[in-house]
Write a protein that binds this ligand. Structure first.
Ligand code: COS
Length: 383
């Protein structure tokens, strides 16, 4: 749902100008230094980019899902590292609170997240609980007015910068799967929290992940999201339904950028006495990529509108995430091919994008998990 087309157009234009004028010119620097310059972070704060999806009541812009995906199409056109820094506050790091938090939890944390004063992270994955998230072992044992957290969370995006963690932990050990899990909102300065070394990744330099280790970490009982035990897994799944749509939209943005760069390259690059764009085998790659981006964009927008209409979009979010991220991988591969040998050289952005976008098919649920969710939902609906 678009609340006011003119306001959205202004926001999208402003973000496009920021992406083109500030972020794209700094991509190489971020890739080389593995850091986003502080002055860019300050500009992101000033533009309200940390609070795009946080409700207006809590100082955010309160974007609807449809509005959010239009913004993500733009943000996707530059290095994913920039989006990653603001991504958790706008998505998996705040959604749990927005969807299921108590009023006290929302009013305490959300304005800080919206202003970018505090970075949030989402702690679901563990060394032995990745795709099978319901098998997580991190424990939260109630002791009076406190819970004691113990366990290790893995590959946690923005953990090195986080001021607050949404942590999924087991409160009931008699229930083996999802029903024994609760969600907590945890201040990262609480004694008993330790961070691992930053992970060395294939790409997305400038975006940081690491382990988060809880050792007898004592948190107040008021940290239980929504004040209800045993529903933390469902909170996590609802967060991921939304997050998967966002990743699908980013994939559309990244594929658009890669294709734009490749089209320009194909028009400029001459071989056999003419621009390579004149060759039909190059045209086939350009046309297939264009059509697939269009298809993914239509899917993302449709799923976003359904979510705004209050529909359950688990199937549609997984369809969009699966199709858009796989599409993005195919486009990345074709775009390297269009660049020829130059596509393997880091002077061209496509070499970096090829590595950066590989993560889209993995995080917030692999393609295989999306397939499983889609098929399961189909079977359930038919039985
Ligand atoms: N919204 C609300 N509730 C949901 C839900 C959703 N999208 N998906 C599942 N649930 C509920 C189910 O209804 C079920 O509740 P009941 O027991 O009351 O019926 C409960 O959650 C458990 O669901 P399910 O039985 O489907 O859980 P499974 O363990 O079999 O599998 C998958 C769940 C595989 C879908 C889940 O573990 C998953 O998404 N894994 C990937 C994790 C991931 O994306 N990790 C990325 C890292 S986080 S950035």
């Amino acid at each position: 749902m678009i609340r006011d087309q003119e306001t959205l157009d202004q926001l999208v234009d402003m973000i496009r100008q920021f992406v083109e004028g500030v972020l794209i010119p700094h991509e190489n620097e971020v890739a080389e230094t593995d850091e986003i310059p502080q002055d860019i972070i300050e500009q992101m704060k000033a533009l309200g980019l940390f609070g795009l999806t946080i409700p207006e009541k809590y100082e955010g812009l309160g974007l609807t899902m449809e509005e959010e995906v239009y913004v993500a199409f733009e943000l996707g056109r530059t290095s994913p590292a920039f989006r990653s820094l603001i991504g958790t506050n706008n998505g998996i790091g705040s959604s749990g609170l927005i969807i299921d938090g108590t009023e006290a939890q929302k009013s305490f944390f959300l304005p800080r997240l919206a202003r970018g004063e505090v970075i949030s992270s989402f702690c679901l994955t563990e060394p032995d609980a990745g795709s099978d998230a319901a098998s997580l072992k991190t424990s939260a044992v109630k002791e009076g007015d406190f819970y004691i957290l113990n366990g290790t969370k893995r590959f946690i995006t923005n953990a090195p910068h986080a001021g607050v963690f949404t942590v999924m932990a087991r409160t009931n050990f008699d229930i083996k799967g999802a029903g024994g899990i609760s969600a907590f909102i945890v201040d990262s300065q609480t004694p008993g929290i330790f961070l691992g070394k930053c992970d060395k990744k294939m790409g997305q330099k400038g975006a940081h992940t690491c382990d988060v280790i809880f050792e007898n970490c004592r948190i107040p009982a008021s940290a239980l999201i929504g004040g209800v035990e045993g529903v933390g897994f469902k909170t996590a799944m609802k967060v991921l339904d939304k997050g998967r749509l966002h990743i699908a939209a980013l994939s559309v943005g990244a594929a658009t950028r890669m294709l734009d760069d490749s089209l320009n390259y194909a028009i400029e690059r001459k071989q056999f006495g003419q621009p390579i764009a004149e060759f039909q085998l190059i045209q086939a790659m350009l046309a297939d990529s264009k059509a697939e981006i269009y298809a993914a964009k239509c899917m993302v927008l449709d799923a976003a509108r359904l979510r705004d209409a209050g529909k359950k979009v688990s199937t549609e979010a997984s369809c969009a995430k699966m199709f858009a991220t796989e599409m993005c991988g195919r486009v990345a591969d074709r775009c390297v091919q269009i660049h020829g040998g130059a596509g393997y050289i880091s002077e061209y952005a496509i070499e970096r994008f090829y590595r950066d976008v590989r993560l889209f098919r993995l995080y917030e649920g692999t393609t295989q998990i999306q397939q499983m969710i889609i098929a399961r939902n189909m079977i359930r609906a038919a039985s």
